[in-house]
Design a protein around this ligand. Structure first.
Ligand SMILES: *Cc1c(COP(=O)(O)O)cnc(C)c1O
Length: 537
């Protein structure tokens, strides 16, 4: 790579950052990726700063009531470790001036992250930065105006020099509107300003689930003042009507990326109809190893030393963690599956339970135990129903099925270190990447997964983990689930369980290969270098 001082300076915009459980500014995979990216930027000295929001109540905590239903709690967080930059900027939202205070966070081994906060005295609209992904359309637009427009103004006020603006997801698109407005104020025509701004913007798209791509009615954008001087016609030409934030970002960026090879194909097909959009190149996600991986495992793998001893320590730590959080008592010598994800239907948390005749005896006879975690979006009743179902299984099979409420980074780390097997069964091709499987793989926890997201790139079946379903895509969900459910049981019963119980040597050799195959390929340095080579330069 060229010398770091000559590299383009990047301002990275994201709604959420998962840096540490002390900073509740994340909801899920998008935030974890952003947090790992910022830590990688610091470790490897890349000229990157981040812009985000200081969410007063974060994403909220989620607990389970006595009937087994999730419910949400919000409390005000106290982040007294953040540094007050003394900088304040103003953005007009809904015809009102909203003051935004800028905090700096560099507490978690991360490159400088500036967090925007409307909770300042005298602000009528202090609640805009109250809850991450809370509330509905208008509030979301207001939040995105704080991130995008406020973010660019904060950079100017802080005197930070930027070559490229990287929008991690479409939430940050209004930053592009602000870049256009700045140039028009200096005398450029709309067209000139649009073209110049596009040269400064790159974009990462994350979700192949169409509903996951936010859109807003044009009149609402106008009413909120999010258009930043653009006309209805200019808005429609950029993002359609209703205005789709992903489509807008694809038109207002010089280059875009998808987050895995397979997702690259899916995204290019999905957005094929968008004329004048940026090219979408695949750059597979990665993880920050010091955050997620037990160094004892990678050290042992590199030396070819015994992996079982450090793995069993991690497994005992997980068992203790489960006991502390739920009271359940797992057994050390039983094959332990881990599964933790946002609770959304396409991830099929319940696929393992499809056929009670197969699964019931395994759980009752102490052949298998499984630890679940995951949160549903506070407004997602279908997701909550899924958790209710898993909680039901944990009641039916106490000490064999466990559900850990309030999925957070500590839970993610405990599960991806201490499980024996990492179960992942999204309906292909709906999982853009998935990073929990990378954490598992590099901890020597063997992936057992459909061929979706990152896994087709890493899977060497029977050598470093297993796939099931052979990449099948069903014509209907019912057909898809039957196919994958049958395949799951077949590989579990014929390969995973016999290897675990009858061929210990092979199992440990697979752990070794899992770590060696994935430890550099899915570490954040590889991802950052690819961003520079394929997206930034
Ligand atoms: C790793 C992690 C994620 C992302 O994992 P996926 O495989 O993308 O679901 C989400 N939340 C937490 C807390 C994590 O640790």
């Amino acid at each position: 790579m060229t010398s770091k001082s000559k590299m383009p300076k990047i301002a990275y915009f994201c709604m959420e950052y998962g840096l540490d459980d002390k900073l509740k500014t994340y909801a899920g995979g998008l935030g974890i990726l952003a947090g790992d990216y910022m830590k990688g930027a610091k470790d490897h000295d890349f000229p990157i700063v981040g812009l985000g929001i200081k969410w007063k109540q974060g994403y909220g905590d989620q607990h389970i009531d006595k009937d087994g239903m999730p419910f949400d709690c919000y409390k005000n967080q106290n982040y007294d470790f953040l540094e007050d930059t003394g900088v304040e900027v103003t953005v007009k939202i809904r015809q009102r001036d909203v003051k935004i205070k800028v905090w700096k966070c560099d507490n978690f081994g991360n490159a400088p992250l500036y967090l925007l906060d409307t909770d300042v005295p005298g602000n009528e609209d202090g609640w805009i930065t109250g809850q991450l992904y809370g509330w509905f359309g208008e509030e979301r637009i207001a939040q995105e105006m704080v991130l995008g427009v406020g973010g660019v103004r904060a950079l100017r006020a802080l005197g930070i020099d930027v070559d490229l603006y990287h929008f991690n997801e479409g939430h940050a698109l209004f930053a592009g509107f602000e870049l256009i407005r700045e140039k028009r104020d200096e005398g450029d025509s709309y067209q000139e300003a649009f073209v110049k701004s596009r040269e400064e913007i790159v974009f990462t798209t994350h979700t192949p689930v169409i509903q996951g791509n936010e859109s807003h009615p044009i009149d609402r954008l106008m009413y909120m003042g999010a258009n930043m001087g653009m006309t209805v016609e200019q808005l429609v030409a950029m993002g359609g009507a209703p205005f789709n934030m992903t489509v807008g970002a694809l038109r207002l960026s010089k280059k875009a990326n998808a987050v895995a090879q397979l997702h690259g194909e899916t995204a290019n097909e999905m957005w094929d109809y968008v004329e004048g959009r940026a090219e979408i190149v695949p750059i597979t996600n990665a993880i920050h190893r010091p955050t997620w991986v037990d160094k004892a495992m990678t050290d042992a793998a590199e030396k070819g030393a015994d992996l079982w001893v450090p793995h069993m320590k991690n497994k005992r730590d997980l068992i203790a963690f489960v006991k502390e959080r739920t009271g359940a008592e797992l057994k050390e010598d039983v094959l332990t599956l881990g599964f933790s994800r946002r609770a959304v239907p396409y991830k099929r948390a319940n696929l393992l339970f499809r056929d009670p005749e197969v699964i019931d005896p395994l759980l009752r006879d102490g052949k298998l135990q499984i630890v679940y975690s995951g949160k549903a979006h506070p407004l997602d009743d279908m997701g909550k129903q899924l958790i209710f179902e898993i909680v039901g299984f944990s009641k039916k099979y106490p000490n064999a099925v466990v559900y850990i409420p309030n999925y957070d980074m500590a839970t993610g780390a405990a599960l991806t270190r201490g499980s024996d097997v990492w179960l992942n069964n999204p309906r292909r091709p709906k999982e853009a990447s998935g990073t929990s499987g990378m954490k598992a793989a590099i901890n020597g926890v063997l992936n057992f997964s459909t061929l979706d997201g990152w896994w087709p790139e890493a899977c060497d079946h029977g050598e470093n983990g297993w796939q099931f379903g052979d990449g099948f895509i069903g014509k209907t969900e019912a057909e898809h689930d039957k196919h994958d459910g049958d395949a799951l049981y077949k590989v579990l019963l014929e390969e995973v369980m016999p290897t675990y119980y009858d061929n210990h040597k092979k199992w440990v050799a697979m752990m070794q290969q899992s770590i060696m195959d994935c430890k550099d390929e899915f570490a954040v340095l590889r991802m950052l270098e690819e961003y520079y080579e394929k997206l930034y330069i």
